[in-house]
Write a protein that binds this ligand. Sequence first.
Ligand code: ZN
Length: 400
Amino acid sequence: MCTTFLASQIINELQTNGIEIIGFPRLIRLNPFARFKTRGNGGVSFKIKNDDNVGLAKKIVLEEVEKLSMFDCDNTNPGVIFYEGEITKEMQDYAFKAIYEFITIEEAEEFGKSVGCEIHKFKKGRGIIGSIAAISLPLSDYTFELLAYRASENYGTKRQIDYESVYKMDNDTFPDTFENIDYGENYIAIEPKTPCPVLYGIRSNTVEALEIAREIVKVNEPIVDYCIFKTNQHTDMHIQKASNIGSMKQFGCYEVIGEVKNKPKIIDGGHMFFYIQDDSGEIECGAYEPTKSFRKTVSNLRPGDVIKVFGGIGEQNTFNIEKFQAICLNDVEYRNPICECGKRMTSAGKNKGFKCKKCGRKIESSEKVPIKVTRNLNESQFYETPVSARRHLSKPLCRM
Ligand SMILES: [Zn+2]
């Protein structure tokens, strides 16, 4: 079951029983390269007052997870954590580790016990890894996501969203809301593509903009519930600054500066690859087929360009680019000299200078001459993958 929907059901049930939650529930995304992750690799957390209702609240949470989880699915291995007290430095460090690296169920359980978490595992209980992180992660930067949920009888059917109203919403609320539409692909990004309970999700910097957006978006099917989550989505929280290429590890996400080594090339399946290098080593960078028009942008890179890339190192040890900044563009190309008669000369053989095929003139120097080439990229500008191919954690340029 979609974890956010389960959380919103739990919150409703708590409220029905007179238990209010403090602030917004939090939706925390973890390392996008984790192997056994669920689709979104996230955890949800919320806070309640520590009073006489705690026992009842715990009972409701566990009952709802038991009732709503789809336990016959292999990937459903929920975990619930109850924690009372301050979030300690070591808990924050744990949360960052869950975003930057991997944590096993055993490690999570041991850590949770050591800090006094009450742990409930269902089946393998993999969910406890993200639950502890969802409680512990400090949010120095954050966004909000408003999720609208469908009536259960409509799960799996085509969503009845009035696309015109989504264009209007984007027009009226961007950039306070973002990732609504991929204009290049004509793709409505607020609409999930999976048969989950979510009708749509709108992402925003402010709750106020979400309230306005919700009024504008029209749908032709019942909405059973809304929930607004405070989240680390679109903050680049998964990205660590790497001092050089050689220091990066597989399955980590980084920003790193390197010099483009070769012209980007499309290889099988429409994926585009090239290498960047520095004194510490080199790494292959990839702009994959789903990034569509981004590959066209990447194809403008030339050897000698210095760029800062943002992304992560995946299965094939390739750096998956989420965005890049052109730091210094190589706008010099070396060509054969032009003859006095106006014709470009050709090589007369290795180290034998140049000759003109038109007038027969020869020169002894083999030195090519630099010419300035026009670039389709601009120095210091950022270039990002389209909305349709963007990761939950990637910070869009409109937020930078
Ligand atoms: Zn000539």
